[in-house]
Design a protein around this ligand. Sequence first.
Ligand code: NAP
Length: 268
Amino acid sequence: MPDRYAVIGNPVAHSKSPWLHAQFARACAQDIEYMCIEAPLGAFPATLDAFRAAGGRGANVTLPFKQEAFLYCASVSERAREARAVNTLVFDRGEPWGDNTDGVGLLRDLETNLRFELRGRRVLVMGAGGAAQGVVPSLHSAGPAQLVVANRTAGKARALAVRFKGTTGCGYDGLAGDTFDLVVNATSAGLAGELPALPSAQELFAPGALAYDMVYGRDTPFLAYARAAEVRASDGIGMLVEQAAESFLVWRGVRPDTRSVLAALRRG
Ligand code: NAP
């Protein structure tokens, strides 16, 4: 019997995680099965209980349950504690244990795949929802010269930023006059074809800057805004692959090579 894993979310049918983990399992000779489970809103803990009772060894968690997953765990990793959100659950070591691989997934995509060195750079994170919460601790620990969190609801950006020394939070109107080497769009605005109320790209981006949209699988107004200013731009597909590889490592003790999988996804 293969070991059972799943991604749990709502909606979740679109998830690329089953395909990704099937590639990793084949490459690493691991006997696993990995399915999609849509948990009804309000029934996330019951869905997890049922999956564990059916022999589930671990699970990924996606929108909108990452904070609920954090509360479900008996204990969590340091990086999940900092993010206050869990995207990777482990069930086969006693009580449920939680981890968060989003931050390391972004860092690996930036530093290894895109060869963008974070130390000493000026970094802006747009958004203060679950995705921003997941990546701000890792970005902070990478030693940027400046880390700013901006959000439509400015109070949420300030509440997130205050937890990380030297980090500031503001609304988009608070960005006037600031220039960044890296701008990470961790909002869901692109899913609605919208662009947060940013200053002009010429003001926002330093020469040689990178624009990174965590949304993947579509062109977004933020990517178009960056390209129009001739700024290097990347979607979030590499982060998706890298956070999945880190979950696989947590579960199976082996890190899959991500290059061929990422190349296949980029080819479409
Ligand atoms: P979330 O918790 O619902 O937060 C949404 C965020 O987007 C909030 O900060 C919200 O601002 C902002 N927002 C939404 N519409 C906006 C608009 N029209 N203008 C300005 N800001 C807007 O969602 P999430 O979990 O953070 O996810 C955000 C995105 O990241 C999603 O698209 C998700 O697919 C992507 N993501 C990608 C990966 C990856 O591996 N590549 C991993 C995780 C997430 P307010 O607070 O003001 O409402």
